[in-house]
Design a protein around this ligand. Sequence first.
Ligand code: UDP
Ligand code: MG
Length: 309
Amino acid sequence: MSLLSVIVPCYNEEENVAPFYQELMKNASFFQGKGVELEVWYIDDGSGDGTAAEVKKLRKKDERVHLVSFSRNFGKEAAMYAGLEKARGDCVVMMDVDLQDPPSLLPQMYTYLEEGYDSVATRRVNRKGEPPVRSFFARCFYRLMKKISQTEMMDGARDYRLMSRQMVDAILSMKEYNRFTKGIFGWVGFRTKWLEFENVERTRGETKWSFWKLLMYSFDGIMAFSTAPLMIASLMGVIFCLIAFLMILFIIVRKLIFGDPVSGWPSLVCIILMTSGVQFFCTGILGQYLAKTYMEVKRRPIYLVKEEM
Ligand code: UDP
Ligand code: MG
């Protein structure tokens, strides 16, 4: 008998807990046929509603359902990490509780794993039902990442992924505090099969990601998997030195040929403003990396458990 662990991060999702379980169990017979046992880990990410109570109700009926409750909201990244730590399966799958990651794909995914892939990942081919501004920025993010990071990141990739034990252990060995799982998946490598599916809209509850939260998350992603912004800071320095050098030459030559009545106050102000702006910008980039380093060296736990069963 082998074991498949299902990890489900939940944040204020009381109305989704039970429907998710039902949808998931529609695949139970497939896995039974394969001799695979299931366990489900609901990770309650500090919900303020009845999410934990809903999970406990399920657990009363089915011992394969587990609950980990955080002491507060630590974010989806922390929830996924906790799930990976708790899962004991020979293979592990991560999925959203809002049914945007269709459980009906599971049998197909498992078949690929059996064929020898280490992980089976999913991506949505469209972003139907998503605000256009959000889609636009998401596309920009992936295009930018492709350019500035060596780590492979697929546009439209979901966190919905089935992994072998070997890959899970590799991910767990990355204990960084600023986690960006989409990058981590790419970083650890292994043979990955990509499945595509049409975007499914959320039926119950609402998204936990505001535009602002997503924007900040994308900055985290860039800083976690690329040092290109630091390069920008150095480049800017070089470019401005060059410009300054050319201007000095220009002024000396002008002085020698035409003499120099005192003038040029407005241009001077513009130059000072511009260069100090660039300096602040570059110091800001440095500061961001320093801040991330600061958080890393504190070695705080990624999450804190209040209750586990
Ligand atoms: N989630 C979480 N902690 C958070 C935010 C979200 O565990 O701080 C969970 C949420 O319950 C859901 C999944 O992450 O299962 C994806 O969130 P959501 O559906 O809101 O994101 P979207 O699909 O809109 O990108
Ligand atoms: Mg969702």
